[in-house]
Design a binder for this molecule. Structure first.
Ligand code: SF4
Length: 350
């Protein structure tokens, strides 16, 4: 009880003013929660505003094309979030006539909504007592109660979830949830938590035992895998060839260039020997322009080593697939592209 009271008291004096805190509209709460997964508040804020301006209601989001939705998401990464958002909006629009469901189970049934987001919407919008457990909450609970069960294990998750259910303030679940996340984010920070000014200091196990650096515990350390992308940047006077990523992979349905993936970095001679290259070029009437531009792009679980080979070619020698579009260079900005491609395009024009 003291724990909950303390963090709510702390929250009332330390909370940040964030636009989604001024509303209980479930659509806006949902949007903000999805944007903030894997994204810092400062980075997510402008996206939130742009998204709400473009799609002020669930129905308007449902009526948009996937291209439009992805375009507004461009640069935020984890594009499946945007596709799921769009899918769920259509479901709300058709199944609940645009009215956001208010039952926890119904919310949880929506595509892309897991227990965390469902609890956030249920509590912030409908004041239902479902505890949110995000990375901030895991960290705080693990340190304060001195729990060393791995937060990414099934048993650990269960233990933390039971504890969170016991702790939630049943009378003010919305404020309690906001408070515990904000506390974890601002006070009990991942590295160098602010223990000296912490109202929980005297009862915090990690502080008393000097364990703040070793809690929370994670069982697995995921090493990002390396992938080698060889992009063919094929220019033909003012036109450039784009490729829509239709396969089940990162950046699905966004645009990049015709791509040959390899198991290591390639030079032009090695590129020519790849089967994937011959699948694209049916004849030899092309030429390379200068050296490839190499850019490294870090995703959470993958490191992309990209090489951009700039080429001139006559397009009738290229096997154009349904996913490819030939576009005027000046119109590139209307396509949803991954940040890696955006970085290269900036490089191309400067
Ligand atoms: S005393 Fe330190 S470790 Fe404990 S809850 Fe406060 S900030 Fe976190």
């Amino acid at each position: 009880v003291d724990f909950s009271k303390n963090i709510i008291r702390w929250y009332n004096t330390h909370k940040r003013d964030l636009p989604w805190r001024e509303t209980s509209d479930p659509y806006l709460v949902w949007l903000s929660e999805v944007i903030l997964q894997q994204t810092r508040v400062e980075q997510g804020l402008p996206y939130f505003h742009r998204f709400v301006d473009a799609f002020p209601t669930v129905d308007e989001l449902a009526a948009a094309s996937e291209d439009e939705v992805l375009k507004h998401w461009q640069g935020l990464g984890y594009y499946s979030r945007a596709r799921n958002l769009h899918h769920a909006a259509k479901e709300i629009s058709s199944r609940w006539k645009g009215k956001f469901p208010s039952d926890y189970k119904d919310i949880l049934s929506l595509k892309g909504i897991g227990t965390y987001t469902a609890a956030a919407i249920a509590s912030f919008s409908f004041n239902l007592p479902h505890p949110v457990i995000d990375g901030n909450v895991y960290r705080l609970l693990s340190r304060y109660f001195g729990i060393s069960s791995p937060i990414d294990s099934t048993n650990g998750r269960k233990e933390f979830s039971e504890l969170a259910h016991r702790l939630i303030d049943l009378e003010q679940p919305a404020i309690y949830n906001q408070a515990i996340m904000e506390f974890g984010s601002l006070q009990c920070k991942p590295s160098s938590p602010d223990c000296g000014s912490c109202p929980l200091m005297h009862s915090c196990v990690a502080f008393k035992k000097g364990l703040t650096g070793s809690l929370p515990v994670k069982s697995k350390k995921m090493k990002p895998s390396d992938r080698y992308f060889n992009y063919l940047v094929i220019l033909d006077s003012e036109n450039i060839l784009l490729n829509r990523r239709v396969k089940q992979d990162i950046w699905k349905n966004m645009y990049d260039f015709p791509l040959v993936e390899s198991s290591s970095e390639l030079n032009t001679t090695q590129l020519l020997q790849q089967d994937g290259f011959r699948d694209i070029f049916t004849a030899d009437s092309f030429s390379f322009e200068g050296q490839p531009v190499r850019l490294k792009h870090q995703l959470t679980h993958q490191t992309i080593h990209a090489s951009f080979f700039r080429m001139q070619s006559r397009h009738h020698d290229i096997s154009i697939t349904d996913s490819m579009v030939q576009e005027d260079v000046s119109r590139l900005s209307s396509y949803a592209v991954p940040r890696l491609i955006e970085k290269y395009l900036n490089f191309l024009v400067t």
